[in-house]
Design a protein. Structure first.
Lengths: 227, 469
């Protein structure tokens, strides 16, 4: 597998350093530029697998870059990073064509997890309409919402089903609690570690029967991984 | 015992209606005083006028009696006839009667019965049995007993004088009423104008109280109110500038501290990975502890910034119709597993179709904080109830636990930043949760009451606007 190149447009060297280190740990190659105009030129080349884009940049601001590359028809996934401030900025960034949004300062693990999810989304373009998801011994039927492990049916509550579905769609990827909360409940704040943990614990209890291999792993720090 | 939300320690006074009634009350008091003085004035004019006419008539009659006194008894009849003939205007009347009251001469045909013949004037309002009696008979009458025993009566018609007097009085009354009417209308118009200005000022102040500090009071009028308006506007400029500076400083501090902290946290992560790789157990444990502490710090900074963000939120910006019952069901599902881990009895009661105008995400965040607290403070195997109900004024949400409760004197303080009660010291948490709740409710103009649930705490969110909206 060829090295995936990620473009990081970030004017704060310390933050950039953090991003670069974290993404390198995940086996990604990072190109860093610290100003808007250069970021714009690189982004327009279309040669990157993903871009992390700071909202405020010297020269040209992040939103302008995002709008410009979307106007060129480039579908490169973009993770917007914003300094603190407006709550509305998230909506603004997503509306301009951003794929995801993080408020600074962020947990580098959170950033890496989100980049991975974005890369995966691009590599496996939805093949027609999926009706079944499979991850190891687990399988769910998206139409009937039936969940089976090794062919044995598992009864899940609606919330548990949604948590599992999200995890299976991102099987093999680290998923942070915040991502899970955003995807399943649709809210963008930190609800506290415990609240999400107990939901996952419940799901684990149902899908991991005694004597079988645990399917949901806890990832150091902030999240989980299925498979 | 009820403790109000930190936003205002008491209900804002309803200045509107009270102000109206004050103006009108003053206006009517002035009108009443004017009317009373008008009545007194008319009384004075009337009394003075009748005194004058009576005195004038008495003088005339008195001199006539003196004149007749000088006439010998035998010629009196003749003198009366002459006098009557000369009196072209026919304002004087005369009557001569015998001592037993029989008519002898003159055009007064009957002797007024209760007239004392002592030379004092009386005003009579009934016909005196006068020849060619016409019009309104008001007379001034005076009688006298002559030496030969006959009685002489002289009367003077006051009708014309009275007419003039009536004209004067009715002019005074009419003028007074006109002045009163003009006064009331003018006063109303003036006070309406002031009231309109005050209403405009009140609306703007309402918006400012709701957090829109960019608003300024309307100027114009060049009077005392205008002077105050200019002063208040100047003060608002200062307040806005200062608040901007404070917010900038707070955000700056939080941001400046948060960024290096985040760096420390990620460095700790890398050290942890390194110490795990080198099998250094002691270092691994210590680094893990350090990470927990940095997480706590980051969480607090996060919450602080979140409060600033919520407070800076342009009011009503992201507001839409929110189904509270749906929100409550969502909360029920979200917290059910957490309450189960503490074997807490988790009760969610709701009524269907409760809608309000608000920011769904912010309200959810606030309620999550409240319920999270309730579950934290409820004992193992305790109970937490979330109840949505409808009241006459709007929906209310009750969150009740059977934990230690919140002492009365701490109820105000818990809504302030960083406050943690004695009971809370054993429980993990930043102490900022309720401040976030406070900020969210302030944006919505809702209030939070803290009551005793005996045992435990009952937190009531009243989901309707409370200030002068």
């Amino acid at each position: 597998m060829s090295q995936l190149h990620v473009l990081t447009v970030e004017d704060d060297p310390a933050a950039a350093d953090e991003i670069i280190n974290e993404l390198r740990e995940h086996g990604l190659t990072v190109d860093w530029v610290d100003n808007g105009p250069e970021g714009m030129m690189r982004a327009m080349s279309g040669q990157y697998a993903a871009i992390t884009l700071d909202r405020m940049l010297p020269g040209v601001d992040g939103l302008t870059i995002l709008k410009a590359i979307r106007a060129l028809g480039l579908q490169t996934p973009v993770l917007m990073l914003s300094a603190l401030g407006d709550v509305d900025e998230r909506i603004c960034g997503l509306r301009a064509g951003g794929d995801d949004y993080l408020t600074k300062p962020f947990d580098p693990g959170e950033l890496a997890a989100r980049i991975e999810v974005m890369l995966r989304r691009v590599s496996q373009k939805p093949t027609a309409q999926e009706t079944r998801l499979k991850a190891g011994p687990l399988e769910i039927d998206l139409l009937s919402r039936a969940v089976t492990r090794d062919g044995r049916e598992i009864e899940l509550q609606p919330t548990e089903y949604r948590v599992l579905e999200f995890m299976m769609r991102h099987a093999g990827q680290a998923i942070t609690r915040t991502m899970l909360f955003e995807a399943v409940w649709g809210y963008h704040f930190n609800p506290g570690t415990n609240l999400i943990n107990v939901h996952v614990a419940r799901l684990r209890k149902k899908i991991d029967l005694p004597g079988t291999q645990a399917l949901i792993q806890t990832v150091r720090g902030s999240g989980y991984m299925l498979g | 015992m009820v403790v109000d939300n930190a936003q205002s320690s008491s209900q804002p006074p309803n200045l509107g209606t009270r102000w109206h009634t004050t103006t009108f009350r003053w206006l009517f008091a002035y009108a009443g005083m004017f009317a009373i003085s008008l009545v007194i004035l008319i009384g004075f004019v009337d009394t003075a006028a009748s005194n004058t006419t009576n005195r004038d008539a008495d003088v005339v009659i008195h001199w006539q009696l003196i004149y007749f006194d000088s006439i010998p008894d035998g010629q009196l009849e003749e003198a009366i006839h002459r006098r009557l003939e000369n009196d072209r205007m026919h304002t004087n009347f005369y009557g001569l009667f015998t001592s037993d009251g029989r008519h002898i001469a003159g055009d007064i045909l009957t002797l007024p019965r209760d007239l004392s013949p002592d030379g004092t004037g009386r005003t009579w309002k009934h016909p005196l049995g006068i020849v060619e009696n016409q019009g309104v008979p008001v007379f001034r009458v005076m009688g006298e007993r002559r030496k030969d025993g006959t009685q002489l009566v002289v009367a003077r018609d006051l009708t014309h004088v009275l007419k003039i007097r009536e004209a004067v009085v009715s002019t005074v009354i009419g003028g007074g009423l006109l002045t009163l009417a003009i006064g009331i209308v003018g006063g109303l118009m003036l006070s309406m104008r002031q009231m309109r200005r005050v209403r405009a000022i009140r609306q703007v102040i309402g918006r400012i109280a709701q957090g829109d500090l960019h608003q300024r009071l309307p100027v114009g009028g060049r009077d005392e109110i205008d002077l105050l308006v200019h002063l208040v506007n100047h003060m608002l400029d200062e307040v806005e500038r200062l608040m901007g500076e404070v917010k900038y400083a707070c955000d700056g501090i939080a941001h400046d501290l948060r960024t290096p902290l985040a760096h420390v946290r990620s460095l700790l992560g890398r050290i942890a990975a390194y110490s795990i790789a080198t099998n250094n157990d002691v270092a691994t444990r210590m680094v893990a502890e350090a990470r927990v502490e940095t997480d706590t710090l980051l969480e607090r900074f996060g919450a602080m910034l979140r409060i600033s963000q919520i407070e800076a939120l342009q009011r009503r910006g992201g507001f839409a119709t929110v189904n509270l019952d749906v929100l409550v069901q969502e909360l029920g599902g979200l917290f059910e597993p957490l309450s189960e881990t503490k074997r807490i009895e988790w009760v969610v009661r709701s009524v269907p179709a409760v809608t309000i105008h608000g920011d769904r995400a912010l309200l959810f965040e606030a309620f999550v904080n409240l319920i999270d607290n309730a579950i934290k403070f409820a004992p193992e195997g305790g109970q937490v109830r979330v109840e949505l109900s409808r009241t006459g004024r709007g929906p209310r949400l009750d969150i009740v636990d059977n934990g230690p409760g919140i002492p009365i004197d701490e109820r105000d303080a818990v809504l302030k930043r960083f406050y943690r009660g004695d009971q809370a010291r054993q429980v993990r948490g930043g102490g900022l949760g309720l401040s976030i709740v406070s900020a969210v409710l302030r944006v919505h103009d809702f209030t939070l009451h803290i009551d005793d649930a005996r045992p435990g705490a009952r937190l009531t969110v009243e989901c309707w606007p409370h200030s002068l909206a």
